[in-house]
Design a protein around this ligand. Structure first.
Ligand code: SAH
Length: 233
């Protein structure tokens, strides 16, 4: 269907390791204090990287993958904290919309997550969300669709998590999705953001994260590679 160059990004090494392992051979390029891995997969060019944690690093990496490496589609694979009580560790969530929960100029009467000429929510590519439903069916998995809230903080606090949930109607939270969404939206690159739950963003979050990072990252990476297959198909 498509032979466009695909970027696959994560925030941490654990999030892209399963993908690099599957590819086996790739070319490594050092650029802007980061490593980018290029590979050919089923005749399609891929560029893979982990950005490091947070909105700034993920903005840099998403921009670099598009502007420097020529990616035309971007898929993000990683882990997140659950807000929705229906999401348990290991469950997958596909972002329909993303927002920055820590962007706050409310002192000027604006809503949380908004700055002039921006938008509170950025919408992910609808076609890829449709494709993800087919992938989920073929894998026999149920994947939740929902709003993901992003901010430069690891949320391990029920009160903060509930505030983010009610303010943005968000189902999950993490630290990179919305910044990647802003970049892709501005540069007109269709994007797909998938997360597997690693914790419940509550007082046990850091322990749960440490325990489940690796297995949840694999869940997400396997699904994203099936998305790549579907896009190429
Ligand atoms: N263990 C790391 C820090 C992880 S920060 C270290 O010590 O270096 C959490 C990462 O996982 C971020 O990339 C974020 O996107 C995601 N994440 C998972 N659970 C989260 C939560 N409860 N709050 C915020 N981000 C979370």
């Amino acid at each position: 269907m498509s032979n466009k160059k695909i970027a696959i990004m994560g925030a941490m090494p654990e999030e892209i390791a399963p993908i690099l392992e599957k590819l086996g051979t790739y070319k490594t390029t050092q650029y802007a204090n980061n490593k980018y891995y290029e590979a050919s997969y089923k005749g399609v060019d891929l560029v893979i990287a982990y950005s490091k944690i947070g909105k700034v690093f993920s903005t840099l990496t998403a921009t670099t993958m598009i502007e420097h490496f020529g990616a035309e589609i971007l898929l993000f694979s990683g882990v997140a904290g659950a807000i929705s009580s229906t999401l348990k560790v290991g469950d997958l969530i596909v972002a329909t919309q993303l927002s920055q929960h820590d962007l706050d100029i409310t002192a000027f009467g604006h809503p949380f997550g908004y700055v002039p000429e921006g938008a509170v929510f950025i919408e992910a590519d609808k076609k890829m969300i449709e494709l993800s439903k087919e992938v989920a069916t073929s894998m026999g998995k149920s994947v939740k669709e929902g709003i993901i809230a992003t901010g430069d903080q690891f949320v391990a606090n029920e009160e903060r998590k509930n505030w983010i949930g009610s303010t943005f109607d968000a189902d999950a939270l993490e630290m990179e999705g919305a910044s990647v969404a802003v970049v892709c939206d501005a540069l007109d690159v269709p994007f797909f953001i998938l997360r597997a739950i690693s914790d419940a963003a509550d007082m046990d979050a850091s322990f749960s994260f440490d325990e489940f990072l690796e297995t949840s990252a694999i869940e997400s990476a396997e699904f994203v590679m099936k998305m790549v297959d579907k896009i190429i198909e």
